[in-house]
Design a protein around this ligand. Sequence first.
Ligand code: ASP
Length: 600
Amino acid sequence: MLKSNSCGELKKEHAGQRVTLAGWVHRRRDHGGMVFIDLRDREGIVQVVFNQQVSQETYQLASSLRNEYVIQVVGEVVPRPKGTENPKLATGEIEVIAKELTILNLAETPPFYINEDVEVEESLCLKNRYLYLRRPRMRDNLILRHKAIKFIRDFFDAKGFIEIETPILIKSTPEGARDYLVPSRLNPSKFYALPQSPQQLKQLLMIAGFEKYFQIARCFRDEDLRADRQPEFTQLDLEMSFVGEEDILQLMEELFTSLVEAVKPGMQVLKPFPRLSYKEVMEKYGTDKPDLRFSLEIKDISDIAVQTSFDIFRSTIDAGGRVKGISVSGCAHYDRHQLDELINLAQGCGAKGLTAIILSSDKAKSAATKHLTQDQLEDIANRFEAKPGDLLLIVADKLEVVNRALHELRAEMARRLNLGDVNLLAFAFIVDFPLLEWSEETNGWETMHHPFTAPQEKDMPLLDTEPAKVHGRHYDVVCNGCELGSGSIRIHHRVLQEKIFEILGYSREETGSRFECLLRALEYGAPPHGGIAIGLDRLAMLLAGEQTIREIIAFPKNQNAVDLMLDSPSYVDKSQLDELNLKLKHEILRFAQDNKRCKA
Ligand code: ASP
């Protein structure tokens, strides 16, 4: 190799050793007669000193170095002079006195700082991803991700699971998003779908008798992107035979706890992970992915509100809505502007408005107070267990709107008050989901998870009569306000599976063309089975303390699902389309754009 040691490994013990290092110039400082270089490689940074008195020639060459040049240095490790040690740097007790220098490659000035972790405009960062990835934070993130995946593989191997790859060119799976399609050259007019998840395949592996399967699986969903969504993402996918819900949940709890201990020992995990029902979390947090690092619980005051003369409250209740709110400690000083921001946020969630009650030490201030009696005000304050200095934020609306708005307000107030401890991972399992939900859009039933989820045994008789009341054997794992994964115990009888398809309104033909393989397989001795899939990108994001999954993916796409670095998606040659028997509807537009580009 072109180096004997890595930059980051050098310590006091290496003092006196002659080393050869190779890496990038992270930073250069010229002190007249001395040039200091922070030399960076994957393991870290070390200070290299070029002293005119040691070698005039090497010193002169070092004066020509620029950031990101690739160099090789031969030198001696020495303790830094007293008082010049840098405790912030792992190698800060030593430096390398350079004897020889070779410039291995030059570098243009990068379009943004690599040696400072300042924000970069997104398109610049994505287009020049290989430069952005040079930043030590990004290097640490990808190393952390690697360690987490390695840990997961070893964990499941030790538990008797085997990793089985499933194909990428498959058939549409109903995970609720749009498919990415791939045209088949050999089968004109036909398309493969990229897997939204290996769901049916892992169930088939259980039917095949593998009993314990896992996979670090790439999945593809064509849906609108957000901070925690990419068109392609990675799941820890697993499935087990002969299990119930608790077997999967306990396995997950053990995995997450030991994973955090191994790769992020500084982070705290709250144990045991609570099992909360869907109903309970919707009531208390307005969402099925609550951030449990802080309380700010939602309270229902509909029973008090209905007795007041406050029109907004009364008319909401009369129309079948609810009046609920949160109490935020120490925010009674909020001024008009701060309250207006919160009102805007609630309105952005579809709420007609937001009623704020400020509890100062002597009295309560609010647009609502003149419509509330002293007793009613006290009842409200008691319901929130509020005290002087608190700010009550109350939303009166349809239940879904109340939930949405209070969930956002809860998150916003936690952000403002810094309530989410960055070193805490508050995992929880959400259970007892309804199996189905009514969709106004399609005027039919849809599944809360996917159609392979088994109904809870006790609710089976309600399937025909009151499907809305049937709970599924479905569970989610959430952490710090993020949905980390979902899973369920599956249906393993053909008759029941067909019945669910029927309730979902699938026609016989549709069921036949989409699920015939699984339905047939269920007839050949399918064992009881269940599993879960964990979003690995989101897990790595939480472990790394990042705000978006883009920061823990080497080459992500932008909000429009575009890879700016490779310029993809892109147009293809007409001959390729012909081979695939495809004709573009917007061909004219395409050629017009091409022309414009050529002229430009
Ligand atoms: N396939 C499901 C998903 O990707 C997870 C599961 O049920 O195992 O959400």
